[in-house]
Ligand binder design. Structure first.
Ligand code: PMP
Length: 380
């Protein structure tokens, strides 16, 4: 099958794998063992990785924390900041990933008031829209930088700057932005979550940038690792892999124009061949190059996926794939339940450029055409 699900996860690149390998075997020390060489080597690898990630983001090394992934980073950012504070108001959006929505739901159950911004018809959350919802007691703003289902970009730097001028803390889940746009050159929010496995790094590792002066409380207790904020032996090989993957991001960004051309070509082909039977859900100007999301009218979603076994695509986010609920993001764009369910997210990355794009196009169009016609046949 051809893999078209790079927003769900990516393979580990050769460079990343090679960088990690010694830390699984020869240099296996615990970075907390400060009595011998094995521990020192591991600690050096962790600190070099931290320095490298910090210099990528143009921030201080001490502001980078290692976690098990973006889910943990989001939980640490949101709950580590607010869980023990007197409830106030939070602004977020209906476009967020569950890894933000669920910690927010937890705070809501403890009395926090949460405003979930709705996107405009293009799937965008605007600065004006955000400002209009700010209240006297707004304490945190948490907005996804790039949506994982439709790829729309939120102007996080403008919102973060506004928040900074108004003493409101701003967090962004940048899991899907990293490697898909040059966020490292932009104004960063106070808290920024990211993950290794979306950028050709390993699974089970992520990071949280915490601007100096932002006070977080630990959510797990044990050793004093990560400035007492995240107890547990550090995953040295994964940390080395994360740093290597982040170093490779400038290369990933070079492929974006080519990926965008492929994505547009696919979208145009689908529109040309399938006409009104499909709706492009990722049609905004403010969008990453690599995510195409389409809904197919009147088609059963299970049939849709069963009908194209040679293409690995997803509908909505992989984290929801065991449930048959329509995507909350597509519903927020106004799609009815059946169309939100019968949606395909095609997400590309540079390995796709080696695939036979013409074949993928034909296969997709042919199978969708067939499904749409079956539907028309049964309707009449
Ligand atoms: N946030 C977003 C926007 C994501 O796309 C994902 C991965 N589906 C996550 C958070 C969760 O990341 P992780 O797998 O590293 O916990």
């Amino acid at each position: 099958p051809v893999y078209l699900d790079y927003a769900a996860t990516t393979p580990v690149s050769q460079e990343v794998l090679q960088a990690m390998l010694p830390y699984f075997t020869d240099q296996f020390g615990n970075s907390g063992s400060n009595q011998h060489l094995f521990g020192w080597e591991a600690a050096d690898a962790v600190e070099e990785s931290r320095n490298s990630i910090a210099s990528f983001f143009h921030v201080k090394p001490s502001s980078i924390l290692f976690t098990s992934g973006a889910t943990e980073s989001n939980n640490l950012a949101i709950l580590g900041l607010l869980e023990h504070q007197t409830p106030g108001h939070i602004i977020s959006s209906v476009l967020e990933h569950k890894a933000v929505l669920e910690p927010l739901a937890h705070l809501a159950s403890k009395g926090w008031e949460i405003t979930y911004l709705k996107p405009n018809l293009d799937g965008e959350i605007t600065l004006e829209h955000f400002i209009a919802s700010v209240k006297e007691n707004t304490r945190l703003v948490s907005l996804l930088w790039v949506n994982n289902e439709i790829g729309t970009i939120t102007d996080v730097p403008a919102i973060a700057q506004w928040c900074s001028n108004h003493s409101i803390i701003c967090h962004s889940d940048a899991t899907q932005a990293l490697g898909k746009m040059a966020i490292q050159h932009l104004y960063l929010p106070d808290l920024l979550s990211f993950s290794g496995h979306k950028i050709f790094g390993p699974k089970g590792i992520g990071g949280l940038y915490v601007k100096p002066g932002i006070g977080l409380q630990a959510r797990q207790w044990g050793g004093s690792q990560e400035r007492n904020l995240r107890a547990g032996t550090l995953a040295v090989p994964l940390i080395v892999g994360l740093a290597k993957a982040i170093q490779q991001i400038p290369l990933l960004l070079q492929y974006l124009p080519e990926l965008e051309a492929k994505k547009k070509d696919l979208a145009n082909e689908l529109k040309a061949k399938l006409g009104n039977s499909i709706v492009i859900n990722s049609d905004s100007q403010n969008q990453v190059a690599s995510i195409l999301n389409v809904s197919i009218k009147g088609v059963d979603w299970e049939k849709l996926f069963r009908s194209m076994p040679l293409l690995a695509m997803s509908n909505g986010s992989a984290c929801n794939s065991k449930s048959t609920f329509p995507s909350h993001v597509l519903k927020a764009l106004g799609r009815p339940d059946d169309m939100a369910l019968a949606s395909l997210r095609i997400s590309l990355a540079h390995p796709y450029l080696q695939e036979n794009h013409e074949w993928v196009k034909q296969y997709l169009v042919q199978h969708l055409h067939q499904l749409i016609h079956e539907r028309l046949d049964t309707n009449f």
